[in-house]
Design a protein around this ligand. Sequence first.
Ligand SMILES: [Zn+2]
Length: 384
Amino acid sequence: MNFQFATASRIIFGAGAIQEIGLAVKPIGRRALVVTGRDPGRANQLMAILSASDTEAVSFAVAGEPQISSVESGVAFAKRENCGLVIALGGGSVIDAGKAIAAMLTNEGELLDYLEVIGRGKSLARRPAPFIAIPTTAGTGAEVTANAVLASPEHKVKVSLRSSRLLPWAAVVDPELTYDLPPGLTASTGFDALTQLIEPYVCPRANPMTDGYCLEGLHRVARSLRTAVFSGRNQSAREDMALASLLGGLALANAGLGAVHGFAGPIGGMFSAPHGAVCAALLPHVMAANLRALREREPQSDALGRYYRVAAKLTGNPHATADAGVEWVRELAAGLPLPRLGAFGIGKEDVPEIVAKAVNASSMKANPIVLTSAELTETLRLAL
Ligand SMILES: [Zn+2]
């Protein structure tokens, strides 16, 4: 057995954890750039905490998914304002923007050169500026992942800036920040968390550490996602989902993902569909396709037994079949406010292009079995 495991230097978890940030930043003692989503007012509490601990801060808003240009303006603004510390408060997009800004504050040259696929994949020569991630949704786990997904509208794709150096200096996960998330967003981000606990668990690069995180996270999603959606102020459900998201991030960053994310990458580049909703539409169909293919072609695969353990965690029945796990996921999705892929304008005519792009996606290579183009086509059609 050989594996490596890396994560953020420090994880601060719990209701009210954001209050700890004053003490956490004090030793760094530098002026902070606070990256937020569209509404910088959401960071008022954070700004007050920073000011109470004598940390100067200026805010920078990134509306929607981060683009190369928004990162570049963030870097220019941070340099102008003499910021030596970056704090991102928001969903996965805001955290990814913060990671990229922190990296480009200390590394020279053009951002494009450091990007995969459309750039040269140049490695980060310098350690980024200290970066603190504070998620306000429970799903992406971006606070503990080593990549930042950026959109290039010009190339019509989303690509990653990827380096172990992007792992945050600190991840502050405070479930209280998710209490006001609306039901639809809770459901879609929660399904991203669920997907990010199943895919790393059945993927061939899983290791005993990621396995433990996945099983613990699945147990928490199973008992709390529905409650978090329909009773947003339920503190233990919100805590479970914040933890499940963190555990999924730890697992995916150290194992890998699979076909759901293999599809979600190209779909996210071609359509403006929320990532979690795409995962929810695809997850039961990908699970069913993987099970069928494993039984037909690789009945000895370790992944088959893993699907049984997933089913046991989700259903709470230790004797559940792998198919009962798929059915549980299907029923959960059907009972939550989640749109189908068709709602984002994705139609049958788009299937061949999405499949052609998905085959080469890095997540697809971590799927427990290689699915044929015919199997991918069928799976995607079922999710429309
Ligand atoms: Zn995801």
